[in-house]
Structures are given as structure tokens and as C-alpha cells.
Write a protein that binds this ligand. Structure first.
Ligand code: FES
Length: 109
């Protein structure tokens, strides 16, 4: 897979787990089962995870530890999922999030 570290100067050869596929919209994205969603997308050169509500500016990985919320995406229909700390699952569907995300599916009114 592209953009991956396979040999590290300190840790040596990086052994990856089982290959899985997630989907960005309809686009298949190869991943390893130990990847977070953000890591799998970065490995494929995909940087934008969401667009800000007011200025529609692209956002992506910033803290990478689940603190800032710049990596929010809609994952399997659930908006505002922190992709930097969410592991991939085979067949998972992720979408670039627009603004604050669509919570209408979760409304009880
Ligand atoms: S990049 Fe900051 S929460 Fe994910």
C-alpha cells in the first residue's frame, strides 16, 4: 500500500495486520485492520475529513489524539466521529462531513 512506513529506523520492519477495505463514498480504500480511519485515508493521500460550518474550509488531521475534532467525519451514518482514534472495520463507510453533520436520523421528533 502506498505512503506507508514499512521499515522504521528504530522499530525495524513494520508488520501489518489483515487487509480490509473501507469506503469513502463509493471509493474503496485499502487499509490494515490496525489502522485508524484517518491513517488509512492519509496513506492514500486523502487529507480533508470535513468542511467547517461557517467558511466551508477543509479540515483534517491536527492533533491526531482525539482532542481537537478537526478529523470529524460521518462514519456508517454517524456524524462527528473522530477518525483519528476510530479503528477501521471491513466494509465501513465514511463520508466527508459538511458543517456540523446531519443528526436528523437521530432526531426523536
Ligand atoms: S485530529 Fe484532533 S481529534 Fe482527530
Amino acid at each position: 500500500m502506498s505512503n506507508r512506513i514499512d521499515e522504521h529506523p528504530i522499530f525495524g520492519e513494520i508488520k501489518h495486520g489483515k487487509e480490509v477495505t473501507i469506503y469513502l463514498g463509493d471509493q474503496p480504500i485499502p487499509a490494515y485492520e490496525e489502522d485508524t480511519i484517518a491513517a488509512a485515508l492519509w496513506a492514500q493521500g486523502i487529507r480533508a475529513s470535513r468542511y467547517s460550518p461557517k467558511r466551508c474550509e477543509a479540515r483534517g488531521l491536527f492533533c491526531a489524539i482525539g482532542y481537537c475534532s478537526d478529523c470529524l467525519m460521518t462514519v456508517d451514518g454517524v456524524p462527528n466521529t473522530r477518525t483519528c482514534i476510530t479503528p477501521v472495520r471491513d466494509g465501513m463507510r465514511v463520508e466527508v462531513q459538511q458543517g456540523n453533520g446531519d443528526w436528523s436520523e437521530y432526531s426523536h421528533e
